[in-house]
Write a protein that binds this ligand. Sequence first.
Ligand SMILES: Cc1cc2nc3c(=O)[nH]c(=O)nc-3n(C[C@H](O)[C@H](O)[C@H](O)COP(=O)(O)OP(=O)(O)OC[C@H]3O[C@@H](n4cnc5c(N)ncnc54)[C@H](O)[C@@H]3O)c2cc1C
Length: 455
Amino acid sequence: MERMVGAGQGPPEHRAIVVVGAGAAGLTTAIACAEECRARGLEPPPVLLLEGARRIGAKILVSGGGRCNVTHRAALPDDYHASRPVIRNVLREFSVEDTVAWFASLGVELKEEQTGKLFPVTDSARTVVAALVERAEAVGVEIRTGARVREIRGGDGEHAPFRIELEDGELTCDRLALATGGRSLPKSGSDGAGYAFARALGHTVTDTWPALVPLVLDPAFPHAEMSGISHRARLTVRVAGRQVEERTGDLLWTHFGISGPVAMDISRTWIAAAEAGETPRLELCFTPDFPREAVETELLESARRSPVRTIESWLSIELPRRLARWILGRADLPPRAPIAQIPRAERRRLLDQLDALPLPVTGPRGWNMAEVTAGGVPLAEIDHRTFASRRRPGLHLVGEILDCDGRIGGFNFQWAWAGGHLAGRALARSLPTGPIDARGDGAPADPMEDAGSRR
Ligand SMILES: Cc1cc2nc3c(=O)[nH]c(=O)nc-3n(C[C@H](O)[C@H](O)[C@H](O)COP(=O)(O)OP(=O)(O)OC[C@H]3O[C@@H](n4cnc5c(N)ncnc54)[C@H](O)[C@@H]3O)c2cc1C
């Protein structure tokens, strides 16, 4: 903190490049930038990484159930809610293969699970955070924790330095990367403050809402009876009778409602519709791999083959027994009824329950339980090759602060690693040569020199 001073004590500390936020995107940006600076002979790399929290990587540490789902076997535009051409281009510039190779270079070997998700072989997110911090330090990134940014101003002219107000002082910089994340898991430090910084620097911010979040069901609905049960399911969101989204995957019943990958993935669509003033409906299908007609045919054939088999036993072939009993209760069918003796009307009632059970969603579980933020700074406001702002020269935005969110499976981290690399390299390449090379900290050769005139 040699030259960081409070108001009235002289010129504030000046840096060539400041990255705000040391999450996945900010750490990657800072590392890629420092590496590129070194490759260009800028030693030490003039990169300062500011992190508001006391500890680095809180969100990485809790990710993937503490194992960190680093990326996915294949990341495609369809895995994201964002402009497809932009995602395609970004993932072409920094692909899953690049991520795997990069982590290997950090000493983190990844392993692939059946679902296509990639985790560190250690099964520990700590490995990821430790490797990122170690590399950042090794390549000369200066990291300051507990450095919460309060305000950022763009300076008086388009090319004037950015002024960053911290809790205990102020500093200025020529190039700035905002990697402050979104609003999900605010206790980790990502509380949406970055949106105000983006706005102050000329950007717009769309509405934001929690995504990849469990859904709460009306307490009058008997979901708590199934708490802890997990099974394969299909969820469908309908608005005014029209199907808006359909997803199949694992569903977990909880005391408050539903969770698990399929519920988390579809939550975004239900919430978006509700936020837009619509009345979205969520339907659950317990037999996602078979159409209703096929289920009915199988039931009738089973009744011919084994007429005395109970309906509970038949349902339990595909579903957990406790769940089977619960469904039968809802269909008003005795669990011990032999399948051959179920009248047509009751069979149809059961099929209705199995195929399209309406779930009375009251809302999302909230930002504290959301894995990601939907909405943010529109991708149209950045150059996707460099993640540079189209609104403010010298500014880059990267990671969750942008209006891009992926489904569960490692896609959100892939977005952060990819954007961080593109932004970091571009930041380094945008540096002028000259006094910055000589001093290494990006400070003007003459501290009184007008920063704007150095460009
Ligand atoms: C419980 C959970 C599990 C997840 N699991 C996975 C997973 O397994 N795989 C996956 O791909 N994605 C996962 N995600 C999503 C993933 O963590 C995010 O998409 C990713 O971390 C976003 O990275 P980021 O760097 O853009 O933002 P963040 O990780 O939110 O980092 C932003 C950083 O900026 C700092 N900051 C914010 N404001 C300020 C300020 N004013 N001053 C200084 N610093 C500031 C914050 O403290 C934070 O450290 C999970 C998320 C959660 C919450």
